[in-house]
Design a binder for this molecule. Structure first.
Ligand code: SF4
Length: 316
């Protein structure tokens, strides 16, 4: 929906606001997923935000890593309850306790980990692992699972170990994936700090409008310390909300057209751009999703569904 001729001005404004990479070549490789509740969630084993910042610096400041595929993705899991853990990543790190991380490849923290490391060693480990991947992968192997189809993970770890000063430890024997959420969350959630809470809402089919963003900025300054976090469920999280203000904030989000009730059928629906704005679209998928949500509202069922208007299957 960006008007022709306005692209550069928009990009400039976004970069000036800090919503972008430091160097253009690093834009596609900043794929690091963490919980939107990082540092706030009472179930978390570690506040992973400082390490996340270091990993993003690593990806941006190491030109060799800009050769990674735009789809190559990392996950850093602090053990939060509000987390999306089922989506596979090329490399994942999950907090075992407040000082140790478990490492896994081509999967997610509900899989068995391969090794355990000190959190203080994580940046160097990721640096060496990514450089090793780029050395070993053929041009056809852009993702970790493709390399591991040819090279056993044990051998990759041996080669990694040879590049590290500290030993990779065996993974925790009784690793249990932290409990998470099964559906897109919405509503009020407890925060680790007493008296404060988090408020989560979904954006209808992943769309936020300028008027909503302006109102959200004002609400976040009034109730949430001026911070607004995006969620991997195509929604928003406002943290550090005084408990006494949470219901008022929730209602205000609802009035803005955001999905603030956990039972809303639209929270289970994802739709690609569709024929209304995508040249490849064979159907108006967002329109169909809204229609489906109306039928579900009456019917009571709450399925998870992904509507794509062509076989490329974008949007999720
Ligand atoms: S799935 Fe197809 S129609 Fe939908 S946004 Fe992607 S390319 Fe366009």
């Amino acid at each position: 929906g960006v008007l022709p001729g306005q692209e550069s001005a928009l990009i400039g404004a976004l970069l000036a606001a800090g919503v972008g990479p430091r160097v253009a070549a690093a834009d596609d490789v900043r794929n690091l997923l963490l919980s939107p509740a990082a540092g706030l969630d009472p179930q978390a084993r570690m506040d992973v935000r400082p390490l996340a910042g270091q990993l993003l610096d690593l990806l941006q400041d190491t030109p060799a890593l800009h050769a990674l595929s735009a789809k190559f993705a990392l996950q850093l899991d602090g053990g939060e309850a509000l987390a999306m853990r089922e989506h596979p990543h090329d490399l994942w790190l999950a907090a075992a306790d407040e000082r140790h991380l478990l490492l896994g490849l081509a999967g997610c923290p509900s899989d068995a980990p391969l090794a355990r490391i000190e959190a203080a060693q994580a940046v160097e480990l990721v640096r060496q692992l990514l450089l090793l991947f780029l050395e070993l992968a053929t041009p056809e192997q852009s993702r970790m699972r493709q390399l591991l189809a040819q090279l056993p993970a044990s051998e990759l770890l041996q080669r990694l170990q040879a590049r590290l000063d500290v030993p990779l430890q065996p993974p925790t024997a009784d690793w249990q994936t932290p409990a998470g959420v099964e559906r897109a969350p919405a509503g009020i959630y407890p925060q680790a700090r007493a008296g404060l809470c988090m408020v989560v809402a979904g954006a209808q089919l992943g769309r936020l409008h300028a008027e909503q963003l302006l109102a959200l900025a004002e609400l976040s300054e009034r109730h949430a310390g001026g911070e607004l976090r995006l969620t991997p469920w195509q929604g928003l999280l406002l943290g550090n909300v005084p408990q006494a203000e949470a219901a008022t904030l929730c209602n205000a989000l609802g009035e803005l057209g955001l999905l603030h009730e956990a039972g809303d059928p639209l929270l289970g629906l994802v739709a690609c751009t569709g024929s209304a704005a995508c040249a490849r679209g064979l159907a108006d998928s967002k329109h169909h999703a809204l229609h489906l949500a109306e039928l579900l509202r009456a019917n009571g069922a709450r399925p998870q569904a992904h509507l794509s208007a062509c076989p490329r299957s974008c949007a999720s």
